[in-house]
Design a protein around this ligand. Structure first.
Ligand code: S3P
Length: 178
């Protein structure tokens, strides 16, 4: 048994990445990195304020730096914010981590209805301010091929508890002989 590989969770807003990543990191006893948190501490503003005051492009640039920092940090579990897959640079970074460093990227999926319900409480999601159902449905359609392009496995999280999803992620690792 070697050390477990870095696990990167990707997926839309509300797919459970942050919650599952936290539980996974504490289960495995490894460090956790969350790209939204890295962005907020580097820029010194919340995600919402960055969108409002500096614009989405500035947020995306900070996000690319944050993803690089997370992958370089040695964290065992990384929660990558929903939009990281939009950038080709970020997708290349994730694929390099998979192929050169053995990172395992897991795509957490859920139906749009589940995602909308789960995102009701989040304040860091300005892209859902208007019509969240429509926004999520469009994102799900546009981003699915991008998540597929960077992930080793996907988990349908509808109806699963956080512990169920953690178990499924651990099974993905087991399946890879870890
Ligand atoms: C975004 C996802 C959010 C946050 C920002 C934009 C996206 O993170 O980075 O609101 O474009 O999908 P979570 O996926 O952690 O909610």
């Amino acid at each position: 048994m070697g050390t477990s590989p870095t696990i990167v969770l990707v997926g839309l807003m509300g797919s459970g990445k942050s919650t599952v990543a936290e539980r996974l990191a504490s289960t495995l006893g490894v460090a956790l990195a969350d790209t939204d948190e890295i962005v907020e501490s580097k820029v010194g503003k919340t995600v919402r304020r960055i969108f409002e005051e500096d614009g989405e492009a500035a947020f995306r640039a900070a996000e690319t730096e944050a993803l690089g920092a997370a992958l370089a940090s040695g964290a065992g579990v990384i929660a990558a914010a929903g939009g990281v897959v939009l950038s080709e640079t970020n997708r290349a970074m994730l694929n390099r981590a998979r192929h050169e460093s053995g990172a395992v990227v897991v795509w957490l999926r859920a139906d749009p209805g589940t995602l909308v319900r789960r995102t009701r409480r989040g304040v860091h999601r300005p892209l859902l301010d208007g019509a969240p159902d429509e926004a999520i449905t469009t994102m799900a359609r546009e981003r699915a091929p991008l998540y597929a392009e960077v992930s080793d496995a996907s988990i349908d999280t509808d109806g699963l508890t956080v512990d169920d999803v953690v178990g499924s992620v651990l099974s993905v690792l087991d399946g890879r002989g870890e």
